[in-house]
Design a protein around this ligand. Structure first.
Ligand code: GDP
Ligand code: MG
Length: 171
């Protein structure tokens, strides 16, 4: 198995840390899909079961931190215009305990583009009250159709195995 995973999320949620945690030293095998200029290659994560080509979709989430209506519009338009072409699955990275407008709009844009969206709830190690995680996951999942929900710590490398398993099933 091999496929493209768009890594999406607000600044500082841990996208780079996650990418680095997933991408090992083995970067020799490239997927059979053509790499388009719409994407910026972040890395290739190789596992026994397959490869995940991690890509950034420039413009899709760069403005999310601002949380303004116009930034949202630009993001939705770009998604609609095909910024996600060639992407098999979207990995929406959020910070545990936090879910704001930008995250909600990113989900909308990605699922409207027809992509399975895997929610990655990162930085769970920073949660002071661990019992807050379940209600948070319930709140965020309500009314949304995530292809998977994975609480992880990219920094401490917790939860990555199950996440990879989910992603490989979707590519
Ligand atoms: P990006 O902007 O989404 O690419 O975020 P980065 O990967 O650059 O991470 C932003 C900051 O969050 C850095 O200081 C990381 O060390 C930190 N960070 C990322 N993942 C985790 C995590 O799982 N736990 C903790 N405690 N910090 C994290
Ligand atoms: Mg980064």
């Amino acid at each position: 198995r091999a496929g493209h995973v768009a890594v999406i999320g607000r600044p500082n949620v841990g996208k780079s840390t996650l990418t680095n945690a997933l991408v090992g030293a083995k970067v020799s095998i490239v997927s059979n899909r053509p790499q388009t200029t719409r994407h910026r290659l972040l890395g290739i994560a190789s596992f026994e079961a397959g490869q995940l080509v991690l890509v950034d979709t420039p413009g899709l989430h760069r403005d999310q931190g601002k949380s303004t209506a116009s930034a949202m519009h630009r993001m939705m338009n770009r998604a609609a215009r095909g910024a996600l072409e060639g992407v098999d699955v979207a990995a929406l990275v959020v910070q545990a305990g936090r879910w704001d407008e930008a995250d909600a709009f990113a989900y909308e844009a990605l699922s409207n583009a027809g992509l399975p969206v895997v929610l990655i709830v990162n930085q769970v190690d920073r949660l002071k009250d661990k019992t807050a995680l379940l209600p948070y996951l319930a709140k965020v999942s309500e009314g949304r159709d995530f292809a998977g929900v994975h609480p992880i710590s990219a920094l401490k490398r917790n939860g990555l195995e199950a996440l990879v398993e989910t992603l490989l099933k979707l590519v």
